[in-house]
Structure formats: C-alpha cells, structure tokens
Design a protein around this ligand. Structure first.
Ligand SMILES: Cc1cc2nc3c(=O)[nH]c(=O)nc-3n(C[C@H](O)[C@H](O)[C@H](O)COP(=O)(O)OP(=O)(O)OC[C@H]3O[C@@H](n4cnc5c(N)ncnc54)[C@H](O)[C@@H]3O)c2cc1C
Length: 509
C-alpha cells in the first residue's frame, strides 16, 4: 500500500476527454488513473450486441491516444467493476470520479453495489451529473428550467495535462479486448456501421451543422431522405463521444446568421436534444420501466399471448409487409433507422402482431448502434400503448410506404425479391394477380412471404382489447400519477385527465 492519492476516473458511457467534468476535476487534484472496465455481465446481457463493442472499442482506442498525449494513457481492465476496483484499492489509495449513469438495470445494480462498497471502505467518491439528467429530482415542475441552466454552462475543454500515475505503482495499461478476447461473436455488420470515436463524432456533427442540417425539417420522416437529413449523432451521444451541451452551444452560436429555413430546421433539431434528456429522465426517475408497464392497468394486455412465430418473422423482416420488412432489414444491416420508421416497426409488433414490448425491446436494443436505455424503454412503451398516453399511434404499413417511399426505391433496395414488382403493387404485392407474379418471378408465399396478419382485422382486434382495458376505473388515477412523475409540463394535468377520459380513439397514420 502506498500513500499516493490517485484520482481514479471511471469512464462508462462518456468516452471522450472534452466536456468531461470528472476528468477536469480529477486532473486538478493529483495523478490521474483513467479507467475503462469491460464488464462481462453487461457485454453478455441480452441487450448488448457485438456491434456495440465495435463502436466502444473504436472509441477507447482514440481515447487512449488522446489521454496519452495529455500524460497518462487510458487503463483498461476486463472484469466485473467491483473486484476490479477492489484490486486497485488493495494496492493504493484513490478517490473515485465518474459521471452519473442512467443505464439499464444491470448497470444500476452494479453502481449501487460499488457505491455501498466505497462507503464501507471510506473511499471518497464524486459522481457528477451528465448534462440534463437530474438525479433525485423532486418533481418535474422545475426540470425544464434546470435543463436550460445545465445547457447554459460552457462545455469544458480537455485538461491541459494529466499528472501520470507514479511508475512504482506498476499499473499496467491492459489491452483493449478484441471481440474474441471478450468472448463476443464477430461483428458481421461492422463495415456498414457508423464508426466510433470523438473525431468521427465531430465530423458527423460539422457536416450536419454546415450542410445537411438544412434538410432536417421535412426530411426526417422518409427513410430515404432521413439517412442524410437526420443528424446521425445518436451513437455518439449514446456512448458519450459528444455531449448534448456541446451541441446546444454550437447550435445557439449558429442562430442569427442562418437563413429562416436553416434556423427552423436547427430549432426543430434542438428540440430533439431536449427530448433526449426528457426521455432519459423517465428511466432515471423510475428504473422499473425497463421491465414493467408504465401504467399497471395495462398489465395482462399482451403478456400471455406472445406468438413466437410472429416475433421471429418480425425480427427477420419476413412479415409480408414490404415497408416493415425493408425497414427491419435496413436496420439490421446498418444499426440505424429514423424515428418514424422505428415507431412504425414497434407499432406493428404491438398492434398487428400483438406482441408484448419486452422481447421486441431487447431485440431492437441489439440492432440499434445507438441503444440508449433511457430513450429506448420509454419509447418502446409509448409506441406500444402502455405508457398512459391518451392517443395510441397505429401505423398502416401500406400507407406509410406510399407516403414515405412512393416509388418503392427503399423497398427494392432492401428486398431484392421485390425488385421487379411494378410500383403500383410494391406496397401490397399480394394483390398482384398470380399470373403476373409468375411472370415477374416473384410468387407471394414462395419468393416473398404473404402478409403474416390482415392489418384491418388486427387493428379491429387492438381497438377492442384496448377499449376493454381502458374501462378500468383505476386508469384515470394511474395516468395522472404517471403524468405527475414523468410528464412534460407543456401538458397540464387537467388536459391529461380530460384526454384520458374522452379520447378512446386510436390514431391512424
Ligand atoms: C421504439 C423506439 C426506440 C428508440 N430507441 C432509441 C435508442 O435506443 N437510442 C436513441 O438514441 N434513440 C432512440 N430512439 C429515438 C430516435 O428514433 C433516435 O434518437 C433517432 O432516430 C436517432 O437518429 P439521429 O441521431 O439522426 O436523430 P435526430 O433526429 O438527428 O436527433 C438528434 C438526437 O436527439 C435525440 N432524439 C431524437 N429523437 C428523439 C426522440 N423521439 N426521443 C428521445 N430522443 C430523441 C437523440 O439523442 C438523437 O440522436 C427510439 C425511438 C423509438 C420509436
């Protein structure tokens, strides 16, 4: 045991050196040990995918080089966090610095165990806020103002230098594990994914701010235009290569000089950054929503009717609805899909296939390179109708195709079997007369599946089942409680109560 007071900075989903308060504070106090722990229990969990590790490892390599240039490279360990930290504690005294993490149930449990051990061991700990998420928030009334306050403070620069860990402590750097070393399968889609790291994050951000951003308003709904019209910042925000605060600062600096069209687009985009924290705050305040319905009145709505064959077809992009299947296949190949199409996929699983949201949520978590539990679970529940919103969004997959891929270009790109189907039938190929199917070499039921369910019948079933559950007298009180805890204060409690009672309608898109 040595007397050196090491400032141990634990990197989690904050893989950057800029705008990193724990790193800045630690650097002011003494020798810094920057640490990343590759935790098997998180990496082998059902919401983790090999592609996540690809992105994280790319970020770690860059972070290691950045920190090395400051004086102390990143240290990496493979193992569970508690024993890794305990091993360091046996060798030297340290103060622990980290960001507060709003993660999944497993990381929440790990943080609680680490915190308990630190307390019992009298080890000093500083967990600092991550942008707009407020820990132990008393209620939502002040949240929007707090968010603005947090966003107003200047993003922090990279520390000028890091005092290295004394040599005599013999802290080996440790290798950044490959997929194989980490016991993960190879990442088969690595070539199609966005690359991880701060440099890539800044390139994507700058190209949006200086060029692509003008298409944001009007361009984000179609999966064809969304690919470039959306910012594509989600994986960088999810793994912490970039911060919301940095984005808000850059955005606000660009207003005024921009044309009205530009400014409208950028302001629409700014509201999404606000939503990001608004959603994450829900999981921060109520971690059970990763596993349980927001509104318990909906318990039993779908849980006991899970149809594994339907789920498998949905996951494979084999439902027989071209827009659904093209979106799923595109997502599986690239790790990304725009918001509207994510909503459509989930609504199809929830209403057409009548699947409870939990298994689809885990499957999509693995597909999304930007998997962010705090956005993901509230969104899954919102799109599945268990979050207590009065309006339930039902998507007609044929109409969505006609509206957002009118010529069928996206569908043909992802479903080669439909390549020769004429545009007039591309969204409902099962309507092609059999002779034409044979002539085109696309027999429905053989070359491409027949629709797995009848959409109109499925919607009728969903309406009837949801209406039954909505007659529960406890609904109004439960929805009011969810609103009080999580609701955006733009909706007044009176409006929410009124909508809950009056609005028995399902909204069709
Ligand atoms: C069922 C479902 C699950 C989702 N799961 C995730 C997830 O795991 N991770 C994730 O980052 N996003 C998730 N989203 C939200 C949204 O679809 C993605 O953030 C967006 O498509 C990412 O692309 P972008 O960065 O180009 O988005 P942009 O439109 O450019 O938005 C910029 C950023 O704002 C935030 N944002 C945008 N839309 C929303 C929204 N509706 N709610 C909350 N924050 C938003 C994201 O951080 C996003 O990166 C989910 C949406 C649905 C419907």
């Amino acid at each position: 045991m040595t007397d050196a007071a090491i400032q141990l900075v634990w990197f989690k989903r904050d893989l950057r050196a800029h705008d990193h308060r724990p790193l800045v504070e630690a650097a002011r106090r003494g020798p810094v040990l920057p640490l990343y722990i590759a935790e098997p229990s998180l990496m082998h969990a059902p919401d983790f995918d090999a592609s996540h590790w690809t992105f994280i490892a790319e970020s770690l390599h860059e972070l290691r080089a950045t920190l090395a240039a400051l004086g102390q490279p990143l240290v990496v360990r493979v193992g569970e966090a508690l024993p890794v930290l305990q091993e360091f504690a046996r060798r030297f005294r340290f103060t622990l610095w980290a960001h507060e993490e709003t993660g999944n149930g497993a990381s929440y449990a790990r943080d609680k165990a680490v915190r308990r051990w630190l307390r019992e061991s009298n080890i000093e700990r500083h967990e600092l806020p991550t942008n707009g998420i407020v820990r132990r928030l008393a209620n939502r009334d002040d949240w929007a103002a707090l968010w603005q306050e947090r966003m107003k403070t200047r993003p922090l620069a990279v520390p000028e230098r890091l005092q290295p860990v004394p040599r005599e402590l013999n802290v080996e750097l440790g290798a950044i594990p490959s997929h194989q070393d980490a016991g993960l399968p190879p990442d088969t889609r690595a070539a199609n994914l966005q690359r991880g790291g701060v440099t890539a994050a800044h390139q994507v951000w700058q190209s949006f701010l200086s060029d692509r951003g003008v298409q944001y308003r009007g361009g984000i709904s179609s999966p064809l235009s969304a690919e470039t019209a959306c910012s594509r910042l989600s994986p960088y925000l999810a793994w912490g290569n970039l911060t919301s605060r940095q984005i808000i600062h850059d955005l606000r600096a660009s207003y005024g000089g921009a044309s009205p069209r530009w400014e409208k687009s950028l302001r629409a985009f700014e509201s999404r950054i606000h939503w990001r924290c608004h959603f994450m705050q829900k999981l921060e305040d109520d971690p059970r929503i990763e596993f349980e319905n927001f509104v318990h009145v909906y318990d039993g709505l779908r849980e006991n009717e899970f149809d594994a064959a339907r789920f498998t077809a949905w996951c494979a992009g084999e439902t027989g609805y071209p827009m659904i299947d093209a979106c799923m296949r595109s997502l599986r190949a690239t790790g990304w899909l725009n918001f509207r199409m994510r909503s459509m996929l989930v609504a199809f699983a929830a209403y057409d296939l009548w699947l409870h949201w939990r298994e689809p949520a885990l499957f999509l978590a693995r597909q999304f390179l930007d998997y962010e539990p705090g956005i993901h679970y509230p969104q899954m529940q919102m799109q599945s109708g268990t979050a207590g919103h009065a309006t339930i969004r039902l998507y007609n997959p044929v109409k969505q195709g006609q509206d957002h891929d009118p010529m069928g270009a996206f569908i043909r790109r992802w479903i080669p079997a439909l390549e020769r189907v004429p545009t007039s039938f591309i969204h409902a190929p099962w309507l092609l007369p059999p002779a034409q199917q044979a002539a085109l070499g696309c027999i429905i039921g053989k070359d491409y599946p027949a629709p797995i369910v009848n959409h109109d019948e499925a919607v009728a079933h969903a309406r009837q089942r949801i209406a039954t559950f909505r007659r529960n007298p406890r609904l109004t009180d439960e929805v009011a409680a969810v609103f009080a805890k999580h609701g955006s204060r733009r909706r007044t409690p009176e409006r929410v109560a009124k909508q809950t009672v009056v609005n028995q309608q399902l909204r069709l898109f």
